[in-house]
Structure formats: C-alpha cells, structure tokens
Design a protein around this ligand. Structure first.
Ligand SMILES: Nc1ncnc2c1ncn2[C@@H]1O[C@H](COP(=O)(O)OP(=O)(O)OP(=O)(O)O)[C@@H](O)[C@H]1O
Ligand SMILES: [Mg+2]
Length: 379
C-alpha cells in the first residue's frame, strides 16, 4: 500500500513557487538546469550544497538568485586565509569583557542567519573551519557562555574554484563532508548556449515569487514523507552495492542523507513518490573523493536507475558533435547534418518515462530549424 502524503496549504503554494522558480531561473541561466535543481533540492532537504567550477561560470549568479528568492536572514562572505572569526561569528563584547565575561555579539553574522553563502569556502583559516564545522553540522553555536544554542540556519551554499585536494588537512576534509550536495559546474558546452551568453542582453533571472520560511518548512515536511516506490527502493540498494564494487563507499551518514535527498528531488519534480529516475540527484551525494568517484557514481546511477536519462544525454552530446562538425554554408553538409538530427529526434521520440525527453526533442527541433535557415541564407 502506498502511504498517503499529508497535504498542507503552505506546501501546495510552495510547490507552485518552486516550479515557477525552476522555470524562471532556467530560462535566464544558460545550461544550469541541473545546478538549479540541485540547489532547490538542497533547500527542500535543508542540506548544504557546494558548487565547484572555474571563475565566471555563474555560480554566484545562481546562488545569489536563489538566496534572494528565499525570505529570511542572510549572511554572505568571501573567505580568505586572512578572514578572522569576528567576521564570521561576530566580535567579542567589550562590555562583557569588563565584567569578565567572554561573549560574542552575533548580530548580522552567521549564527543568526537563516541562509549562508560562503564563497571560496576552502580558503578559510583553521580557526574558522573549526567554527564552521560545528555550526554547519550540529547547527548550534556557543557565543562564549558555554551553552551551545540552536542556530536558525536552514541552508548553507558554498562555492569554490577548486576541490580540496587529498593532501589538505583533516579540517578541510571534514568541512567538505558537511556539504551533502556537491557538483562541478562546467563552462557552457553548446554552440547555441554560447551565442546566448554573448548576445542575450541580461542573464539575471527575474523571479516572480518569494518563498517564505514557513513555506520552506512545509516543503521539507511534505517532501520527507514522500513514499518510495518498490522499484526506487530496489534501485537505491543496487546503486550502493554497485558503487562498492567500483570502490566507491560513501559513509553511512551520506547514505542516510541520500534517502532524504531523493525525496526532496522527487518533491521538487512534482512527484507523489520517489521513482528510480529521481535517484539521478544522488550523483551529487553518494561519493567522497572528488577525483574519480563523481564520474563513476553518475555512471552507476544512470545505468541502474535512469537508463532513459543516460540515453537522452548521449543523444544530446551527439547533436553537439554534429553541429560543431558541420559547415552549414555548404548545402550538402547542412543537409547531411539535418538528416542526422532528424534521425536523433526520431530516436528520442521512441523513449519514454523521463521528463527530459520532451525538452531534448524541443532542443533538437530548434537546432534543426536553425540549421535549415542558415543553409537557406547561405544559398
Ligand atoms: N551559464 C551562464 N548563464 C548565464 N550567464 C552566465 C553564465 N555563465 C556566466 N554568465 C555570466 O557571467 C557572469 C559571471 O558569473 P559569476 O560571477 O556568477 O561567476 P562565478 O562562477 O561566481 O565566478 P567566480 O568563481 O569568479 O566567483 C554572470 O553574472 C553572467 O552574466
Ligand atoms: Mg562567484
């Protein structure tokens, strides 16, 4: 029997708002759909998220936009090795010191924030890393009076230009582990995307809604009660087994968090229960070492849980190769490329059971149209 999901009004309005934001963000940002979904999933799961990528690939634009959308107190900082704890958790109270009490004034700092954005997070000094570890993990902070109090933090988003290397200290590795969701952001891949980057007037998303803290809570609550389909349950167990065979053995805490992560992702996609295709998000969760494991993890998940999604991605890669290799001003070449694209569109049409298929087909049809126009103009 499928357990019914408790429906609440704030959760219903929140779901519509999440859907609107997904669409609005993805129409402004180029080739960032997966990253947008990941950060929104993290918000629903209330688990921290880290984006790693070269300078200028829209990490800040994406993270800032989503944090702006979320109502509540924000704290943002660009960390360097010179950043001192006062800048993150507040200065020590002088009045307190006069009375022999060591107390930090946390107003406007991380301990009072609902949402935090830590830019260049791995540049932080050892003293800051230690404070961050506790705050991010236990969500408590001791201002100096010996009592660790709960902080309101719902979500911390982090950004970095590089992954921490295996030689870096234990503290960095521990902080890295606090980010449940982690993803590499790549520069724009497609020709059409690059054209948009160069010639679109503005890339800043315009978001038509604001999500209130109570709505985020309601979303979290509803997502956490989503049931799993038997196929998804089996797929997760298989994924973990297959990953172990590949030498990828994420810790127990990560495995537990994966369950909540998949629920949040399914909820974001409007599903009433977790299906195998929703395990796709776990490619950002179920690994420890950023060097080889993310690729292996994505492959295992695609193979076990989402073969359709994997084929769609392969077809899209093929489309890019065809477009990059064709001289559209040469009529014969353009016709050959168009025939190949039409064939891919046909193949895509035979796939079912994945939301990406329709999107991919629309993209291929658009490219086909452009190809025909370009070759006509050349003629
Ligand atoms: N995929 C993209 N979609 C839309 N705009 C983009 C994209 N990539 C880059 N841009 C443009 O480049 C600008 C720079 O991006 P942003 O500052 O967010 O990069 P970043 O990844 O945070 O870089 P850094 O690592 O240096 O902080 C954006 O504000 C936007 O105008
Ligand atoms: Mg940035």
């Amino acid at each position: 029997m499928v357990a019914s999901v408790s429906k609440s009004l704030p959760a219903a309005t929140a779901r519509a708002k999440f859907a609107a934001t997904r669409a609005e963000m993805s129409s402004a940002l180029i080739e960032r759909d997966d990253e947008i979904d990941l950060v929104l999933t993290a918000l629903i799961a209330k688990e921290h998220v880290l984006l790693v990528g070269p300078p200028g690939c829209a990490k800040s634009l994406l993270l800032d936009s989503i944090l702006k959308w979320a109502g509540g107190t924000k704290f943002a900082i660009l960390l360097t090795k010179y950043t001192v704890p006062e800048e993150v958790v507040g200065p020590v109270s002088l009045a307190g010191l006069k009375e022999d009490r060591y107390l930090r004034i946390t107003t406007g700092k991380l301990p009072e924030a609902d949402f935090a954005y830590l830019d260049e997070v791995f540049k932080a000094s050892s003293a800051i890393l230690n404070t961050l570890l506790r705050l991010l993990n236990e969500r408590t902070f001791d201002a100096g009076d010996g009592a660790a109090k709960k902080v309101p933090l719902k979500l911390c988003v982090g950004a970095s230009n590089e992954w921490p290397s295996p030689e870096t200290g234990k503290e960095l590795a521990a902080l890295f582990d606090r980010f449940t969701f982690r993803r590499t952001v790549r520069p724009i891949l497609t020709q059409a995307g690059r054209k948009r980057l160069l010639w679109d007037r503005d890339h800043v998303p315009t978001l038509s809604t604001i999500i209130a803290p109570i709505e985020v809570e309601a979303s979290h609550f509803e997502a956490m009660s989503l049931p799993w389909s038997p196929a998804a349950t089996e797929a997760l167990e298989t994924v973990i087994r297959e990953l172990a065979k590949e030498g990828v053995q994420p810790g127990d805490r990560r495995q537990v968090k994966a369950v909540a992560a998949a629920r949040s992702y399914a909820w974001l996609h409007g599903a009433e229960r977790v299906e195998p295709e929703h395990l796709e998000v776990l490619a950002s969760v179920l690994w420890d070492d950023p060097v080889e494991q993310p690729g292996k993890c994505a492959q295992v998940i695609a193979k076990v849980a989402n073969p359709t999604g994997m084929r769609v991605n392969q077809y899209l890669l093929e489309v890019e190769q065809i477009l990059a290799g064709a001289d559209v001003k040469n009529l014969a070449e353009a016709a050959k490329a168009a025939a190949k694209l039409a064939e891919i569109d046909k193949q895509l049409g035979s796939l079912t059971g994945n939301g990406r298929v329709e999107k991919a087909r629309t993209y291929v049809k658009e490219q086909l149209k452009k190809l025909k126009l370009a070759s006509l103009e050349a003629y």
